[in-house]
Design a binder for this molecule. Sequence first.
Ligand SMILES: Nc1ncnc2c1ncn2[C@@H]1O[C@H](COP(=O)(O)OP(=O)(O)OP(=O)(O)O)[C@@H](O)[C@H]1O
Length: 291
Amino acid sequence: MNTLKINNVSLVYSNGYKALTDLNLEINNGIFGLLGPNGAGKSSLMKTIVGLQKPTEGSISFNGVDIVKNPLEIQKHLGFLPQYFGVYSKVSAYHLLEHLAKLKGMQNKKQRHEQIMNLLEKVNLTDVRNKDVHTFSGGMKQRFGVAQALLGAPKIIIVDEPTAGLDPEERNRFNTLLSDISEDIIIILSTHLVEDVKNLCSQMAIIKKGQVISHGSPRAYVHQLYGKLWSKAVTRKELEKVEFDHQIITKRLVERVMNVTVFADDRPIGFMPTEPSLEHAYFTHLNTTAL
Ligand SMILES: Nc1ncnc2c1ncn2[C@@H]1O[C@H](COP(=O)(O)OP(=O)(O)OP(=O)(O)O)[C@@H](O)[C@H]1O
């Protein structure tokens, strides 16, 4: 079992902006979802974990080793799939993987070849291995990104907003791939797509304004809301009153009609009970935690 511990981490950028505040998390094998709105600090946390920037305060350990003091201790076990995966030069998928494998210190030519061929197979890019990476579609590039993140058999993989811009089929394929590789390693998935977290993650945390406002399993999040959500279709005028009277969790246009879901211990008059979803739980925590 691998363990990543983040203890009281704060990060202040050189312009004085405090991106992370006193953040604590413990993460074990499996896919851990980090959910938060744009600008919440997810990328800042990812970059701090992988050692691209040092926290201003606090400590981070991986399998008991302080990785702020010894960043190599995580870097040698790490695969990173950043939000924007570099510039794709005019080089084939195979040769780019070979180049990256050499950078990761894989000296043995035969073993390197075998691992690259296995990874290409895993991410379903064997047939196009001799094509230039810059000609790949968005989804193929992301799968290539997974292959490079898996080079050298890492114990922890960090993926930052991996499915942004993918069509539903590619997103599905990408998620299945992540799920397949997650058994014996830690995967941290940073995203604002609640659906992906629901489908993939065993544990998750919600981050808002640089702080972890809650954490737990997606199932437990949903469970907490049973019997507390109520919905109603409203006109624009009614909406104002509902907003005044109730704690609104979501407002959604469903077939051109505005549907509101509110949080309350008892059923408000005119509302129907609603089956809670992880999206409801996410918005409940975001909207009810004042920071
Ligand atoms: N190098 C930097 N210097 C100063 N401020 C920064 C720097 N990088 C990020 N920030 C600020 O820190 C905050 C958190 O940014 P971050 O990219 O970590 O958020 P995020 O949750 O990953 O959002 P997104 O989903 O939009 O990428 C933002 O307000 C951002 O403007």
